[in-house]
Design a protein around this ligand. Structure first.
Ligand code: GTP
Ligand code: MG
Length: 332
């Protein structure tokens, strides 16, 4: 699992001090106390919002403060409260204490809110201490300190799309070209043993793609790498069937597509109800588009399945591939 992390210190605002003041007006010899309280300090509030899928921003912003409360003043004027500091984190972020890593809060989805550092209370002004025994108190309270907390933010990425294909189809090659992921790539099957996640950017937009181990016939019964990693694609919203259309792979792409779909269906029928599209890879090796490659293309056209051809290795059509991916992403 791809985990991004950052250590951040959040400092809430101190409360404003209370004020000592007495009413002084012409012709009124002894005015009563009129010092008001300070405003509360601002809190630091974390909220989860679909953003850039990374904690990168915190590498440059490791101390985040909220505003202090203003002190109270005479004539019973209460100090203004400090503004809260709102900090956006991507869904999937977990807040842990530093350095002992105790979980504090889990942003499991979008739209969650957590006060990570609470602002200090404003101090009372002298007017509020007036009583029958002390009609002219000459003291006020200082504002409380705001909370300071140092935490570890950890982001567990949730993949939007999963790459489904036979071993050697080029899944790892593709993810290495469209994201910063650096998986092992080799000309033999079962190179990938555990899923790799990569963040794919398009301008300021980003999404996560998972490269999982190859699936073979019988995978749902434990053949090849077995079914453990099939669990990973259960969480993906979209599946990308990556097929070798070079003409050199056995079986051909259409048959391969059927095998993969049958495997997913045998594992769990709902996997085949996910949105998906088909990608023909290794077109750099394709000499003539006939036989099963043509059949695959016709089949997709007939069934209304989006189909595009790429060369992950040579970087052909990868922009078009990303466009299709982001289109699905924004369709929600
Ligand atoms: N000619 C050509 N070769 C490619 C292309 N994409 C991948 N390959 C090659 O195919 C082989 C397998 O690539 P991988 O990316 O490791 O395949 P995989 O699907 O991740 O394989 P597993 O992890 O074993 O499931 C490597 O030798 C790649 O260089 C392509 O577009 N064209
Ligand atoms: Mg691989």
């Amino acid at each position: 699992m791809f985990v991004d992390s950052a250590v951040v210190t959040f400092i809430a605002g101190k409360g404003g001090d209370g004020c000592v003041s007495f009413r002084r007006e012409k012709y009124i010899p002894k005015g009563g106390p009129d010092g008001a309280g300070g405003g509360n300090g601002g809190s630091v509030i974390l909220i989860s919002k679909k953003s850039n899928n990374s904690l990168m921003d915190f590498k440059y912003r490791s101390i985040i403060k909220a505003e202090k409360g203003k002190p109270g003043s005479g004539s019973n004027k209460i100090g203004r409260r400090g503004k809260d500091e709102i900090v956006v984190v991507p869904p999937g972020t977990v807040v842990k204490t530093y350095p002992d890593e105790k979980p504090v809060f889990d942003f499991s989805k979008e739209g969650m809110e957590f006060i990570v550092a609470k602002g200090g209370k404003g101090g009372r002004g002298n007017a509020s201490f007036k009583s029958s025994v002390n009609r002219a108190p000459k003291f006020a309270r200082s504002g409380e300190e705001g909370e300071t907390i140092k935490v570890i933010l950890e982001l567990k990425l949730i993949a939007f799309a999963g790459l489904v294909g036979l071993p050697n189809a080029g899944k790892s090659t593709l993810i290495s070209k469209i994201s910063g992921a650096k998986p092992k790539i080799a000309a033999y099957p079962f190179t990938t043993l555990t899923p790799n996640l990569g963040v794919v950017y398009k301008g300021y937009d980003s999404l996560v793609v998972a490269d999982i181990p190859g699936i073979i016939e019988g995978a749902h019964k434990g053949e090849g790498m077995g079914i453990d990693f099939l669990k990973h694609i259960e969480r993906n919203r979209v599946l990308i069937f990556l097929l070798d259309v070079s003409g050199y792979a056995q079986p051909g792409p259409l048959k391969t597509f059927e095998i993969l779909r049958d495997e997913l269906k045998s594992y769990k029928t709902n996997l085949t109800r996910k949105r998906y599209f088909v990608v023909g890879n290794k077109i750099d090796l394709l000499e003539k588009k006939d036989g099963e490659v043509k059949e695959l293309e016709d089949y997709c056209a007939r069934e209304g399945i989006p189909y595009i051809e790429i060369s992950a290795l040579k970087g052909i059509n990868l922009e078009k591939f990303k466009e299709l991916l982001f289109e699905l992403y924004h369709e929600g």
